[in-house]
Every structure is written in structure tokens, then in C-alpha cells.
Design a protein around this ligand. Structure first.
Ligand SMILES: Cc1cc2nc3c(=O)[nH]c(=O)nc-3n(C[C@H](O)[C@H](O)[C@H](O)COP(=O)(O)O)c2cc1C
Length: 374
């Protein structure tokens, strides 16, 4: 029997697969079902202290492409394939007092499964830094094994929260420091992919004391306008705003962000998210150096908590270890990060060796050499 267990930020996981913070982890019953189905851990839907009121309409839709065709639409129809989820859902609309007894009872039932509490407060004032600490103390006393700071929600009803924190290295560092001052459990930080150079926010967040970084949250995006009605495919009273793209469409985008971070910080811990629905997808994050991965969209579409997804992920990892037993790989740690070095600057990729290949240009002379990658 292959050993699927792993250690990440000092916590033992029965397997490296978690449900990400999203509708699959929005309730006690969902989380209990997820553990029964075999998920190694869950990250709760993000918990905050401010009142949350979602838009008057659907919060999540799924974008599909016609099989063998080109039509892209959120209309439900047969013979189409999922490309992406799109959502403008806010964080949990349940208050902290609702969550704490439920975290306690979930942990009492499943002491060996990992419960990570996702939390969010504001920034820029001492009061908001205090709110981070109130949330940390609440969820860790209730039994959360780790905490994930949400610096990444791309659609917020407040400007001092979510990805607006994750876009500012100073806020990343200061908020993490405030959390670390009271945290007794590992602190993961979920960064936004919507920045020019995620390595800068990663560096600031590690400087603030983060034990691990998580990426990616959904990418900022707009639904399409319906070509007949000219209305946005998702709207309330004809209006739409930027929301978050998840699912297959973001797998490659998220891997690029992750590669930048794991290359810059090869000895740090990372949890990969974005577009995962099979072990073959998850493997990419492991090869780049992630120690765990998380799933949202694929689980939402599989009985709300992904029983078939986790079965395939676990079976896929077990089969991969069996296939590679001759290499001496007995667990995830044996192959984690082994392809990190394959992602290099474009200028480091070999050119054709034929001397006359210049694309019609003379050989460059008297130009400054290209700037080294920073
Ligand atoms: C409907 C919906 C709600 C989400 N809510 C949260 C949230 O409250 N906190 C959070 O950190 N991420 C949230 N996410 C982002 C997911 O955790 C995940 O980062 C993202 O969907 C990418 O993963 P995927 O491609 O597997 O969906 C949400 C995603 C969806 C689709």
C-alpha cells in the first residue's frame, strides 16, 4: 500500500488533498461529508467579523464550450465541456459565533483530519489589525489546526480587504505580523495572483512571518455579454462587476504564479490551487514544489464536496507512487519540487544553432545586454 500521508507546516495530513475555501466548506454538514469522502483537509469558507450581504442573484455560474465547437456560454446545455467557474460570492455570511462551535464539533468527530480556518479582516487601522487577532484567537481556541489569511478575494464590497491587501506588500507584511503575534498554530497566507510580480508580495508576507503561501485565488474576470440580448450573462438589474475565474481555465495561469514563488523561495512551504480536478493536474503543483493542493470548482460540480474527485486524487497518487517505486519514491516528499529547475527565463532557452538563423536581422551589435531577471 502506497503511503499517501505527508507533513506540511508541521501538520500531518492523511493525504495532501484539501477542499479550498469555497461553497464545499461553507457548512458543518459539508465538511463532515468531505471528511467521510476522504479529503485530507479542508479550508473553511472565509470567516470575517463584518456583516456580509451577497448580491440579489446567482453568486456562481459555470462557463462551458460546445463540444467540437466554439460557442462559449454559461447557458446550461448538453454536449458542452466545462471551461471555468465564475463567481462574485463574498466571504461567509455566517458570523464567527456561528462558526466556532461548529469547528469544535467537527474536530471532535475528526481529530486526525486537518481543519484550516480561513479568516479575513481589514487593513490600515489598529482596529482592523485587532480584528485579525480576534479571529485568530477564536478559531484556534475552537481547535483549528492552522489558519489561512485571505489576502486574495478579487471582488470585495470593501476596499480595505481581500486582494486589496494582497496587492500591497506593506499591508501583507503588517497584517501577517499582527496575526503571528497571537497565533499558536501555523499561518498560511492566500495571495492574489492579480499583481505584477507576486514574488514581491510573497517576500513581504514571509517577512511578516507566514509559515506557508497559498495560490491562486480566482482571477479577476467579466462574464460575456449574450450576443442576442446584449445583457451580461450574469447580472443584477442589467449590471455586473468584476468577479473571479476558477476551474480548468486557470490551471496554467496559476502554475505560472506558483512557479515564480517556488523558484524564488525553494525552501518554503506552498499550497497550490487552481484548475485541479485530477491527479495529473495536482502533480504539476507537486513537481513545482507544493506540499499540498486544494480544490474548489471541481468539487462544487461533484455532489457539492467532490467524493469522486478525492477518490481519483488518492488513487492517482497511489498509482503514481507504485509506478515510480523503482526510483525509490515512497511518498510525496520524494518527488516534490523535482521539476522546479525546468522553469527558466525565456533568454535561457536554447536557440537554433545554425549560424544563418537571424530571422532576417543582422547579428545584434553595440546594444546593451538584456537585463538579468530580477
Ligand atoms: C463560489 C466560490 C467562492 C469562493 N469563496 C472563497 C472564499 O470565501 N475564500 C477564499 O479564500 N477563496 C474563495 N474562493 C476561491 C477558491 O478557494 C479557489 O482559490 C479558486 O476557486 C481556484 O480554485 P479552483 O480552480 O479549484 O476553483 C471561492 C471560489 C468560488 C468558485
Amino acid at each position: 500500500m502506497a503511503d499517501l500521508s505527508t507533513e506540511f507546516t508541521g501538520i500531518r495530513f492523511e493525504n495532501p488533498f484539501l477542499l479550498a475555501s469555497a461553497p464545499p466548506t461553507e457548512s458543518e454538514s459539508n465538511i463532515m461529508r468531505a471528511f467521510e469522502a476522504g479529503w485530507g483537509g479542508v479550508v473553511t469558507k472565509t470567516i470575517g467579523l463584518h456583516p456580509v450581504v451577497n448580491v440579489a442573484g446567482p453568486k456562481t455560474r459555470f462557463l462551458r464550450v460546445d463540444d467540437g465547437g466554439t460557442r462559449l456560454s454559461m447557458a446550461k446545455r448538453p454536449e458542452s465541456t466545462l471551461m471555468a467557474s465564475w463567481n462574485w460570492e463574498l466571504i461567509s455570511d455566517k458570523p464567527m459565533d456561528w462558526w466556532l462551535p461548529r469547528i469544535r464539533s467537527i474536530k471532535a468527530s475528526w481529530p486526525n483530519r486537518v481543519l484550516v480556518a480561513s479568516i479575513m479582516a481589514g487593513s490600515g487601522t489598529d482596529r482592523e489589525l485587532g480584528n485579525w487577532q480576534t479571529l485568530v484567537e477564536g478559531v484556534q481556541d475552537a481547535g483549528a489546526d492552522a489558519i489561512e489569511l485571505n489576502f486574495s478575494c478579487p471582488h470585495m464590497d470593501r476596499v480595505d480587504m481581500g486582494s486589496n491587501v494582497g496587492k500591497d506588500p506593506v499591508l501583507c507584511s503588517v497584517s501577517t505580523q499582527a496575526v503571528k503575534a497571537v497565533a499558536k498554530v501555523p499561518v498560511w497566507v492566500k495571495l492574489t495572483p492579480a499583481t505584477a510580480n507576486i514574488v514581491e508580495e510573497a517576500e513581504a508576507t514571509f517577512r511578516g512571518g507566514a509559515d506557508a503561501l497559498t495560490s491562486s485565488n480566482t482571477f479577476p474576470s467579466l462574464p460575456l455579454f449574450d450576443p442576442e440580448t446584449l445583457e451580461p450573462e450574469v447580472n443584477v438589474d442589467g449590471l455586473v462587476s468584476s468577479g473571479g475565474l476558477g476551474g480548468p481555465a486557470i490551471l496554467l495561469l496559476s502554475l505560472a504564479k506558483m512557479a515564480e514563488m517556488t523558484e524564488a523561495f525553494p525552501d518554503r512551504a506552498f499550497s497550490g490551487i487552481g484548475g485541479i480536478s485530477t491527479f495529473a493536474h495536482a502533480l504539476n503543483y507537486f513537481l513545482l514544489g507544493c506540499g499540498t493542493v486544494q480544490v474548489a470548482t471541481a468539487a462544487m460540480l461533484d455532489h457539492a464536496i467532490g467524493p469522486n474527485v478525492i477518490r481519483e486524487l488518492n488513487a492517482g497518487l497511489a498509482a503514481f507512487l507504485d509506478r515510480n517505486a523503482e526510483r525509490g519514491w515512497t511518498r510525496l516528499a520524494d518527488f516534490r519540487g523535482i521539476r522546479r529547475g525546468r522553469v527558466v527565463a525565456q533568454s535561457a532557452i536554447r536557440r537554433p544553432e545554425t549560424a544563418d538563423y537571424r530571422g532576417g536581422h543582422e547579428q545584434a551589435e553595440d546594444y546593451d545586454p538584456p537585463l538579468a531577471r530580477v
